[in-house]
Design a protein around this ligand. Sequence first.
Ligand code: WTA
Length: 630
Amino acid sequence: MQRFIKTFKDYEQFYKESIENPESFWESIAKEFYWRENWEKVLEWEFHTPNVQWFVNGKCNLSENCLDRHLENKANQIALIWESNDPKVASKIMTYQELYVQVCKFSNVLKSLGIKKGDRICIYMPMSLEVVIAMLACTRIGAIHSVVFAGFSAASLADRINDAECSLLITADGFHRGEKYISLKSIADDASYICPSIQKTIVLKHSNTEISWKSSKDLWWHELMQNVSENCQPEPMDSEDPLFILYTSGSTGKPKGVLHTTGGYMVYVGYTFKNVFQYEEGDIFWCTADVGWITGHSYLVYGPLLNGATTVLFEGIPTYPDHGRFWDVIDKHKVNILYTAPTAIRALEQFGNEIFKTKDLSSLKVLGTVGEPINEDAWQWYYENVGKKRCPITDTWWQTETGGILIAPIPGVTPLKPAFATLPLPGIQPVLLDEKGNEIHGNDVEGNLCIKFPWPSMARTVYRNHERFKQTYFSTYPNYYFTGDGAKRDKEGYYRIIGRVDDVINVSGHRIGTGELEDVINMHSAVVESAVVGYPHDIKGQGIYAFVVCVGPVDEEALVREIQTLIIEKIGVFSKLDKLQVVKGLPKTRSGKIMRRILRKIAEGDTTNLGDTSTLLDPSIVDLIKTEAK
Ligand code: WTA
């Protein structure tokens, strides 16, 4: 690959080149992909509207680049390895040739149902070979996929389907996650009942369990696949044609449908996968994220397949049937590169190191982490026990909106520093801004992390709501992309991500909008108002703490139970509260704004250092909340 980083000198040279001449830099990388028609211009942009276009008027197809391009040399190489939740169930593999055939067939199935370029398709599936087939088939015919994590409730699924007006839902009968069984089809049915746009539902037989069936709408995956052609020409897509929508939580309102487009996403994700994981031919790559999140999209599916790699899909959880499962999977499939989240690392660290005596992790070469700040202790544990001090750790910082990794060390190249995402990748121009929007120059500083120049895989809009896109990311600091994160730049110019500076909390790597949770809590008939904040949690990174004002006296135990049920129903089990405190009132300013800063301090257990409370309407409220804190 062009401009593949092998030494620190390479990194410095490519970085310089990418800043001084971004267009020629990205053009040289884009040329390695397969384009039906070349672009007329590499980049057009302004951050005011904002309007960003890469590889303008170029035509390409992502599925063709993930599959057809590899058939000449790699037809028989394994593309996917599927590992069941249950270790006794045999793993499955699929070669590039087999995957190609399945994707072509499923593309023809979609076409036979009348799906056309630009149609939205909702994918609500377990971690299976078929979820990858479904995603690739969408991109092959130019349909826009919206993958919804299979842990979301029917209400959340319905919100997402309705927002994008999806005409087709692809799901499965059900699946097991650890000890739990999730009856996906019945959740999908509940959602689809309130989704008028859904014409048909394709159901994969996965767990072989009894399900209810609606003959006018439901279709079996395996029946549809019986008599379809194995040939399907990829749809030539404009570089800026929509590729997929992925919903993510922000500080206010409903989740946003972040929209990514075709050419830039492909080039950036392909390039960063190869470099950030130092992928070499034949490596087995395992990303433990679910396909329902951006990490699953970019570095479980598209990044590896664009590079002709072998990628592992794991259906289960790190602690089932026991806490050795991750290490067993690594040993069994001889995984070379492991990409996981700090939460999983911390959860496994609790069990101690005895387990490693019986596990062979010698295949590992590179370790990655993503999704939340990794504390030094977890970093060291990962480095010493999993990587045996041999494997560099790449701490990758990025977001749903960035499409790909923006700040990360190149393993074996960038000198590491625990808990630091270190340096920006080529093409990425991060800056730290102060509250007034001035760039903070020099090192040993801290501020709000923004990016001042476009990169190919950045989100282009919020689906059907460009104004919201502008407001959320380009208005706080005009002419900058604002990430919502705070960061430090240390003496050496290394970045350390501190965490969100907005009202988003990060629980086990899941982004949760506090506003969204408050909306659900406020639905309870006894609740007048509520405020949700995050607080440090040993395993999950952040826990969820809700302060709730009620009408009259309440039975607290029943209240907690009912609110948790509401949250599970409306969002999903991963958003359950860790603590709930009934309070007489919330600390508000005279203009009625809740002072979350104070609530955060109380939730953290830091009640002596609450800062200035003089602007509060009723400062005595704070003392009351403090004394009853959980
Ligand atoms: C956080 C996940 C510290 C950050 C790819 C960001 C991180 C949010 C890191 C995006 C990291 C992600 N160190 N924090 N290496 N990676 N984050 O959209 O707050 O699910 O804004 O994308 O996760 O979460 P998202």
